[in-house]
Ligand binder design. Structure first.
Ligand SMILES: Cc1cc2nc3c(=O)[nH]c(=O)nc-3n(C[C@H](O)[C@H](O)[C@H](O)COP(=O)(O)O)c2cc1C
Length: 199
């Protein structure tokens, strides 16, 4: 028996799994329009996250699921089930949020509405962009996430269409955002791990 085991007792199999398994964090692209810049922003966040090596990070592209507009079909499209399965496999999220008419995209709201319990008791960070850093859209998203029992962390990297993009299309983020992205990820991981104990 090791020294630590003598002091604190032997871990159960369940406790061992909870402390050794890496969390699964989905980086959700909020826009689906042709010509969107969100994949560039998502890949940048994933690059920073992967360097940390502290969780399994993956890009989750709403466009891949071909979700219909909620309530307009019988709900049997395979993408709806696949979207719910994907969310169920995740412990936390980073939302890549773009500002459309001072809010989030219709595609992101529709995708959020298409799931229920699979959102519950998980954590999320927000990385947003727009003319004012996407701040208005991000604040709207916080209200929506509360209804889905998703705990959104405070640290929030805000990217400007004027200073972090060339011509609003080519993503060239300023160096200063790096610390903020890492601080946001620190919180998302801590909260995702803590909330896992509730599920
Ligand atoms: C329908 C629409 C509405 C928009 N409204 C806003 C807005 O209210 N505030 C803002 O800062 N940018 C606004 N924009 C600019 C977008 O934030 C910008 O085009 C951004 O690149 C969109 O993200 P995407 O390329 O990932 O789709 C709007 C763009 C579209 C297409």
């Amino acid at each position: 028996m090791s020294f630590l085991e003598k002091l604190f007792g032997k871990q159960t199999k369940e406790e061992e799994t909870m402390t050794t398994e890496k969390l699964n964090i989905g980086i959700i692209l909020g826009s689906t329009r042709q010509g969107r810049v969100s994949p560039q922003v998502g890949e940048w966040v994933k690059g920073i996250a992967d360097k940390r090596g502290d969780a399994n990070y993956e890009i989750v592209d709403i466009a891949d699921f071909n979700l219909p507009f909620l309530g307009t079909t019988d709900g049997t499209e395979p993408g709806i089930a696949a979207w719910n399965e994907k969310l169920a496999s995740l412990d936390g999220f980073v939302f890549i949020v773009q500002e459309y008419n001072h809010s989030i995209t219709g595609a992101l709201k529709n995708a959020i509405d298409f799931a229920r319990e699979v959102w519950y008791n998980k954590a999320a960070g927000i990385v947003s962009y727009g003319s004012t850093g996407g701040a208005r859209a991000a604040e709207h998203l916080r209200g929506i996430l509360a209804e889905q029992k998703v705990a959104d962390v405070r640290t929030h990297p805000t990217l400007s269409l004027f200073t972090d993009f060339v011509n609003g299309t080519e993503f060239k983020p300023q160096e200063l955002h790096l610390d903020n992205v890492n601080a946001m990820l620190d919180d998302v991981l801590a909260w995702s791990g803590a909330l896992k104990t509730l599920r």
